[in-house]
Design a binder for this molecule. Sequence first.
Ligand SMILES: Nc1ncnc2c1ncn2[C@@H]1O[C@H](COP(=O)(O)OP(=O)(O)O)[C@@H](O)[C@H]1O
Ligand SMILES: [Mg+2]
Length: 364
Amino acid sequence: MKILFIGSRLYDDIDWYVREKGIESVLTESNEEAINLDLPDQVFIVPRGMDGPKQVALMQNVDAIVPLIGIDPPLIDVAYMKEEVEREYGIPVIAANVRAVELTSNKINTKEFYREIGIATPEYQILTGPDELTIDFPVVLKQGEGQGGKDIKVARSVEDVEEYFEDFDQALCEEFIEGSEISIEVLGFSGEYVALPPIYKGETTIEGTHPLNKVKTGPCMVDGLDNNLVQHAAYTVARNLASDGIFEMDFMYSAERDQLYAIEVNTRPNGTRYLTTATCGVNSLCELVNMAIGEFSLANVSDKLEYHYSTEIPIGNYEGPLPNEPVKSFEFNDFVVHGPKGYQRVTARADSKDELKKLVEKIT
Ligand SMILES: Nc1ncnc2c1ncn2[C@@H]1O[C@H](COP(=O)(O)OP(=O)(O)O)[C@@H](O)[C@H]1O
Ligand SMILES: [Mg+2]
């Protein structure tokens, strides 16, 4: 089995798994200074875009292609490449297709999609000026594209909206939902979809603090919210996207209204994955590899399911005890450290809340 991986930045997360499976690894990367280039069997530095990876895949006669791209902008090129390579050469590309990327990479398209498939989403309007606003304050102003809280503002007054329009001439405006933020990963391949356990990412704040900067826990335990409801909503969204790979979805739950709202979908590896793995033992990046080698199925994922309490803490620079090899895996660890220096996070797990508390005290 020979797999082409596109992008080296996340490769250290799965290097151990690729070796364990005896897979021959080929990797393309556009930045010759990038990390992890010493790990795969072969590395090709190619220009940006999907032409280079496609040529390498054909030249190297690979059995499958697994893009490991954790940012939004390249996803549409990957999707076009997927459709061409699968159609013309019959090589599976484990990634979202063009329709799924178009629906999810733009938050306005995603809102319309939710409405079409009957999934509740916060009330919204598209504004081209502050005077068009009809939703009550506070409101959340966003751009169609963006991740990590980029270009997002919670507005409490007309002045706030006017200020936002100094930088933009259009906005997606949503009612502000006071409540809990929840993320969930769904794995999809060849018409099979598995919703993993939801993760709790804190309460929304009027400052619009992004979950990246909050302490998170798994599994999600929010008073009044049934996790089955989250999993079912996520499954419905994934099934309607009808595509392959990882779907990470953000939801919000308002206890006051007893209502779950869908916020956004990312069709790529994402920051929720460490907590998901800590909580249930299933690693979404390893599952991409399993999809490529024909070992992904509902039954196989169900067989792996474990039940742990987990938490993820932003820590800046980690100085605690060193994890065991493979360091980015829960295989022989009860904690994993990830993220760039200065923005590191530690994800830890244990079999009771009490043990988890002790573990966190030990390592932080
Ligand atoms: N309707 C909303 N009500 C309350 N907070 C929101 C709302 N929309 C977004 N936020 C806050 O902004 C963050 C980022 O919004 P999101 O739409 O997920 O964009 P991004 O792609 O940047 O993650 C959310 O995680 C949440 O904290
Ligand atoms: Mg988000």
